[in-house]
Structures are given as C-alpha cells and as structure tokens.
Design a protein around this ligand. Sequence first.
Ligand code: TXA
Ligand code: MG
Length: 354
Amino acid sequence: MQFVETHMLAVDPIAPDPTRIASAAAALLRGELVAFPTETVYGLGANALDARAVARIFAAKERPAADPLIVHVATLDQLASVVAAMPPLAYELARRFWPGPLTLVLPRGQRIPPVVSAGMDSVAVRVPDHPVAFALLKAAGVPVAAPSANRFTRPSPTTAQHVYDDLKQRVEIILDGGPTPIGLESTVLSLVGAQPEVLRPGGVPIEALRAFVPNLVYQPRYLAAEAGAQLAPGMLLKHYAPDAELLLFTGPREAVLAAMHAAATDLLAAGQRVGVMATNQDADTFADLRVRLELLGSLGNLAQIGARLFASLRALEHTQAQTILVRGVEQDGLGLAIWDRLLRATEGRVLRIP
Ligand code: TXA
Ligand code: MG
C-alpha cells in the first residue's frame, strides 16, 4: 500500500471552481487517485486507461481484484474508447437515462485494460449526473474508473468526510461537493447476457427500465461472504456493513414497531448502546427509550430515505451503538434498492414479524 497526503478541495456543487477541477484532472493524468461526488455516491477515481492507477484503487479500498469497476464518461462520444459495441437498446437507454444513475454492462473496448473489469470481456459504464463529476471528466479527457469511495464492506460514502474517514492517506485529492443527492448507487444493467439483466437495483427503479426493456430479468442472488465462491461480481452479501450489528425487521407496521420496541428495551436492559434508524412517523414509538435515533425522513418518501440511509448508518456507528434496529421498506421503486442495501448490511438476517 502506498501512503500519500490527502488534500480536501471544497468545490461548489453547481458551479465548481475550474482551477480546482483542473488540478484534480491533472492529478488523474499523473496516475493519482481523485475522489469526487456523483449524483449517487462519492466515487474513487483513476484514469481508466492507466492499469497502474486502476490497481491502486483496489489497494486503497482493499477490494478483491475479482470485483470489476464502473467506468465514467462525460459524454456519449467518449464511449467509443470504452466499449467495443453499442447495441441499439444501449443507445435507447442512454438517451433516456443518461446522465443519470444507470450503469450499462457492455462488451469491453480494447483500450480499457483488463484490470478495470477483473479480467472479464465486459465493461460497466455510465455518464454521471453531477456538475462536479462532469467538469472533472471533461477536464481530464479520459474515461475514469471509479467504484464507490469506501473501504471494502463499508457503507458507500455520501459526503467527503465519509471518504476521508475510510481513505485518508490512500487518495491524493477529495473533491468536496457536499452531500450526494441520491445517496444510493446506480442501477447496474447487463446487456451482454442472453437477456438484459439487472445485477444491482439502484437509483433508476426497475419499473422505469421495464418500459424500455420488457424482457428484463432481475433475480436477487445473495451469497454469504463466508460461503466462498462468488456467483457474480458484486453479489457478495457482506457489503455496506456498519461496525455495529444491524437488525432488519419486516412485517405489518404496528406489529413490527412493537417488536422493535421490545427488542430495544431488552438490549438496553442488557446494558447495550442501541441505535434506531426510523422514519419521522415511526420515531415516536421509541420516544420513551434511551436509544440513539437517526431520522430517515418521511414515511413514504423513498428518495429521502435513500438519501439518508448510508449517512445514518455511519452516524450511528459514531455514537458507538452496538446494535442498530431498522424497519424494512416496501420493495417498489427506489424501495427495492433500499431493501437490497439493508439486507446486505444485515448479511441477510431478516426478522419477519407475523
Ligand atoms: O453509483 C455508482 O454506481 C457508484 C458511483 C461512484 O458511480 N459506483 C459504484 O461502484 O457503486 P462499485 O464499484 O461500488 O459498484 C460497481 C458494481 C459492482 O457490483 C460490480 O460488481 C458491478 O458494478 N460491475 C462492474 N463491472 C461489471 C461487469 N463488467 N460485469 C458485471 N458487473 C459489473
Ligand atoms: Mg461499492
């Protein structure tokens, strides 16, 4: 591991200072790492054409080399250097959803070194919808490989401080453009298999994709990390895990809230520090308990819940909570991505309340 000095550069999220963007772009072209905000989460970027720089991403994150990265481009014409082919469906999806939180897996172009894609013939690519990411990609003029800028198995970072907490001395520059608006990673859609397949639910709801891709496949295939062999990249269950133990409850609302209240009471009686992530409406249930509470926003406002999810997990960790309780959401729209992240954070343990 190469230890470096980390510089935090504040930039306006709407009109970033061109001088700061230029110095970050120059760093990328020197083979250095630059973390930057996107509309989903912060990314840890390296020049995607530079195999040595890309290898540093894996080292900094302590990420297994078998887990491929997403390549980011500013515009459609930069795609030519990234993918070997662009099927008509990819164009249609790009026109509708880019810039935005949709990642397409396509045949890998020859200029992209294999390390980016963990040796596979495919490559994941997207055009992010954030002025800072756009300015950086434009100024660098190269495609930028960038996974989420967290250490492996940590929650994805939605602020520059989260990046700093995980990666200080492992990244040269962090562009601080404030909190990321969506807060959940992009939807990953593979177009290289027999049928179009969602590999990870994310910022673009599956319902929105189905309108364009009627034969879309989505089969959640979670694997316990301990189970060994990986089914497909990124399907490791142990992902986004906070330091505390997370208990995910699901079932009818009143019954679940009663079960959570009882569990919190027991844990507190046993001397534990207990955290609860709850919507504004659910929070009242815990008013009589000395739990550390993180408000996720309004019940039914999935965008708000999604935007606060990872930050709330990290905030509760900072309170040294030993156990964190959370109630699951409906799996419609953005709720599917929220459910997926919660399930991974609990390593698949769901408490189903009748
Ligand atoms: O919103 C996002 O997607 C963020 C921002 C920074 O763009 N990036 C992100 O990257 O979440 P990462 O590396 O944390 O997640 C990338 C996901 C992984 O699940 C990976 O396995 C999958 O995309 N992936 C990447 N390349 C792939 C490929 N060639 N085939 C299949 N899956 C791929
Ligand atoms: Mg990630």
